[in-house]
Write a protein that binds this ligand. Structure first.
Ligand code: 5GP
Ligand code: ZN
Length: 113
């Protein structure tokens, strides 16, 4: 996806502050953090959103959820954290490459809407 911001971050043509990388997954700090720790975890392969997850590509989503606890431990989020994926306009998705926000480092507000 040549016009996708997060594909460009994967390629390295847009810089990011990486906190984790392997052959399938990249995690980097959000440019506009909403909490003391705010990390985005993405598949390296372009998937537009949760709605783009299929039987063929869901392995990377499982892998992301194996990696998230490792990142949380490295970030010392032992007191807890939130994982969020915004899907579509009503959720406020602004970057159309599947990503999971890890938010932590403070007591988070409970409002979901
Ligand atoms: P969404 O609103 O789609 O759920 O989340 C997109 C996130 O990407 C936002 O939290 C926004 O701050 C973050 N973001 C947008 N552009 C960049 C960028 O160039 N670099 C980084 N590291 N984060 C970005
Ligand atoms: Zn992309």
């Amino acid at each position: 996806m040549s016009n996708c911001l997060f594909c460009k971050i994967v390629e390295g043509s847009i810089p990011s502050t990486k906190v984790y990388e392997d052959d399938m997954v990249l995690a980097f700090r959000d440019i506009a953090p909403q909490a003391p720790t705010h990390i985005l975890v993405i598949p390296k392969a372009h998937i537009p959103s949760v709605n783009g997850v299929t039987a063929e590509n869901s392995g990377v989503v499982a892998h992301i959820f194996e990696v998230i606890p490792q990142i949380a431990a490295a970030e010392k989020l032992a007191n807890g954290y939130r994982v969020v994926s915004n899907c579509g306009d009503d959720a406020g998705q602004t970057v159309h490459h599947l990503h999971f926000h890890i938010l932590g480092g403070k007591k988070l507000a409970l409002e979901m809407a």
